[in-house]
Design a protein around this ligand. Structure first.
Ligand SMILES: Cc1cc2nc3c(=O)[nH]c(=O)nc-3n(C[C@H](O)[C@H](O)[C@H](O)COP(=O)(O)O)c2cc1C
Length: 170
């Protein structure tokens, strides 16, 4: 069974495309499995030692709608022994004050859960004003901006997945 569970929501398809790239970079479905949160369960999350929680920010600093319905369930998982990180999609030019807020909104629910958080990502190269997705000067996970910088996505994904392979130890 895949060791990495990628749980994502996507209204317009950007996040769905990026998680497919992440799955490929890990080596395919034998290593990383995709679960759309519109039909996922907390029992499915519990099966993976490594979790990537992937959410675009919508409605000016809010969770994507399927994540909004799913979010309570993530508190039912026992995170002890698990490593968790985030993927955030956003639009830094259009929403500079709430850029990638969803990562922080999800993190707030499980920050004291016993999970080990990995995958922190530098904010260098992103032009925005404020984000709830930052802790200790870094994004909680990978930030992707398909609206303004789609040309940077592949390189960012490859670099981040290489970092995660080391942090997950796989
Ligand atoms: C109405 C609307 C509100 C948005 N609000 C935010 C926001 O507050 N912060 C942000 O970083 N991006 C925001 N975005 C940008 C989306 O997160 C971005 O387009 C993302 O790639 C969409 O992902 P999806 O196609 O997987 O749904 C917003 C986009 C729209 C259309």
């Amino acid at each position: 069974m895949a060791q990495v569970g990628i749980f994502y929501g996507s209204t317009e398809g950007n996040t769905e495309r990026v998680v497919a790239k992440i799955q490929d970079a890990f080596g395919g479905e034998d290593v990383a499995a995709l679960h759309n949160v519109n039909s996922a369960t907390s029992d499915e999350m519990a099966e993976y030692p490594f979790l990537i929680l992937a959410c675009p920010t919508w409605e000016i600093g809010e969770l994507q709608e399927d994540w909004d319905s799913f979010i309570d369930q993530i508190e039912e998982v026992d995170y002890h022994g698990k490593k968790v990180t985030y993927l955030g999609l956003g639009d830094a030019d259009g929403y500079p004050d709430t850029f990638l807020d969803a990562m922080g909104i999800i993190h707030e629910r499980i920050v004291n859960s016993g999970a080990e958080f990995v995958g922190a990502w530098p904010t260098d190269g992103y032009d925005f004003e404020d984000s709830k997705g930052i802790v200790d000067g870094k994004f909680l996970g990978l930030g992707i901006d398909e609206d303004n910088h789609p040309e940077l996505t592949d390189e960012r994904v490859d670099k981040w997945v290489a970092q995660l392979k080391g942090e997950f130890g796989i």
